[in-house]
Design a binder for this molecule. Structure first.
Ligand code: PEP
Length: 255
């Protein structure tokens, strides 16, 4: 692993813990993150908890992410939240193109690229999600599908020196308890690294590629030991500070 790619463990709380429970979970994350100076810990609460969680983690090593953004600064977009609003709430990261947004809300590759660009324009580092469905995997189309998703935003991330993160999240592994094995995950992560390298050697060096899909305390170490797995995007297990902390501890590198 390149030493500049510090392990990054991000928790996607989805539509859970929007109020007081979010603050309590954030407090517990701060407590374990203080003992993990070599690991970047990011939490992504729902919008309604962002401001309160920002206060809770202020001055701690935990960083705040939003789960989504709209790619315009302001305007008549009822129900949407913009990059400047997220920045004002204390976010430094934003998840973009999660498969639930692609599948349930019909987000296209082009829209995901637009959101990636908007995030970068506003000092929000995007965690851009890609991944194939079970049907696509079974048809042997995994690498083609993931490459197509990445090609849509490759120019956007190559024109900035900022270090974005890409999360490879096979759709069939999200919330299902099924995980890609380390060999399956590493195959896709290595392919992603090679596409970045082809575009720009420094882009490949600075981009962290996270694995996501039913990461738990008991499978994290094997996945995180893969040479091209730089961290994890964790859904269900991030709702429990004990499990999330154990995953973050598994990401520690020997000093
Ligand atoms: C996710 O929501 O990004 C995710 C990976 O969920 P889970 O860990 O629950 O599969």
């Amino acid at each position: 692993m390149n030493p500049s790619r510090r392990p990054l463990i991000a928790g996607n709380w989805k539509m859970f813990n929007g109020g007081r429970a979010g603050v309590e979970l954030a407090e517990a994350c701060v407590a374990f993150a203080r003992d993990l100076p070599g690991v970047d810990v990011v939490i992504a609460p729902p919008y309604t908890a962002l401001a309160a969680v920002a206060d809770t983690i202020d001055g701690s090593p935990v960083a705040l992410a939003a789960q989504n953004l709209y790619p315009k600064d302001q305007g008549p977009f009822t129900g949407e939240i913009s990059g400047p609003m997220l920045e004002e709430c204390g976010c430094t990261w934003v998840i973009v193109g999660h498969s639930e947004r692609r599948q349930i809300f019909g987000e296209t590759d082009a829209f995901v690229a637009e959101k990636t660009s908007a995030a970068l324009a506003h000092d929000l580092l995007p965690i851009v999600c890609v991944g194939e469905t079970l049907q696509q995997r079974e048809a042997g189309e995994t690498l083609r599908v993931v490459k197509q998703q990445i090609d849509a935003f490759l120019d956007v991330i190559a024109r900035t020196p900022k270090a974005v993160a890409i999360a490879y999240e096979p759709v069939w592994a999200i919330g299902t308890g099924k995980t890609a094995g380390p060999t399956e995950a590493e195959e896709v992560h290595a392919a992603i690294r090679s596409w970045l390298e082809k575009k720009d050697a420094d882009l490949a060096k600075r981009t962290r590629i996270l694995y996501g899909g039913s990461v738990k305390a008991d499978n994290a170490a094997a996945l995180l030991a893969c040479p091209n797995v730089d961290g994890a995007l964790v859904g269900g297990a991030s709702l429990d500070a004990g499990s999330f902390g154990a995953i973050a501890r598994a990401a520690r590198r020997p000093s």
